[in-house]
Write a protein that binds this ligand. Structure first.
Ligand SMILES: [Zn+2]
Length: 208
């Protein structure tokens, strides 16, 4: 007997009530978005395998929050840790004001010295833990948040070095950990270029 087995993603969006949105600066309607990957037999979903998405989305600005009480969209701490990861990787730990400027330009939120210290402490554990952190955080974010994180990774890399193959590859690995395609990463990179690198000053000497 032939068994047709496979996997299928089931998406749901349900009205979740209203709450204050830190981006809109007002009380807005929210929906609860979930995407679950199911194990299927003959096309029927039998067992949930993993949750791909689980977040609350503002109906006005489409920012994703982890729950109905979170202060900032779920991409904000992830974006900020990504900035620190790249910054520290290139030995630019003293450039705090620059990192704070990039955080405000990309997500509109301040990156406090206290949060920076915490991020630096957590990043000491190494690259694989950072990528695992991204993988776990990815289900709490939507595409809009993931674009911002990849923009942050690329912009911070551009600020710190003359981009070579391995620098660009690192940005792709960040996209991979967030569960997005290479085309998605390229789209985020193009956004940074189209926005003239957000007018951010580079730390590398400019060649004429
Ligand atoms: Zn909003």
């Amino acid at each position: 007997m032939l068994f047709l087995i496979g996997e299928r993603v089931s998406s749901k969006s349900e009205i979740a009530g209203s709450r204050f949105c830190a981006v809109c600066g007002d009380t807005e309607q929210f929906s609860h978005v979930t995407e679950t990957n199911y194990f299927c037999l003959f096309g029927f979903p039998l067992l949930p395998i993993d949750k791909l998405s689980d977040y609350y989305c503002c109906s006005r600005c489409s920012n994703a929050y982890q729950d109905l009480v979170a202060e900032a969209p779920s991409c904000v701490p992830v974006l900020q840790r990504t900035l620190s990861y790249i910054q520290l990787g290139y030995g630019q730990s003293q450039q705090k004001a620059l990192v704070q400027d990039i955080s405000r330009k990309l997500c509109g939120f301040d990156y406090s010295q206290e949060e920076m210290r915490k991020a630096a402490f957590q990043l000491e554990t190494g690259d694989s833990q950072y990528l695992e952190y991204l993988r776990q955080a990815s289900s709490r974010m939507n595409s809009q948040g993931k674009v911002q994180i990849i923009e942050a990774a690329f912009l911070m890399t551009y600020v710190c070095c003359e981009i070579q193959y391995e620098d660009r590859l690192r940005v792709n690995l960040i996209g991979n950990a967030l569960g997005v395609s290479l085309e998605f990463v390229e789209y985020a990179v193009q956004r940074v270029r189209q926005n003239n690198y957000y007018g951010v000053r580079r730390l590398v000497p400019i060649k004429n």
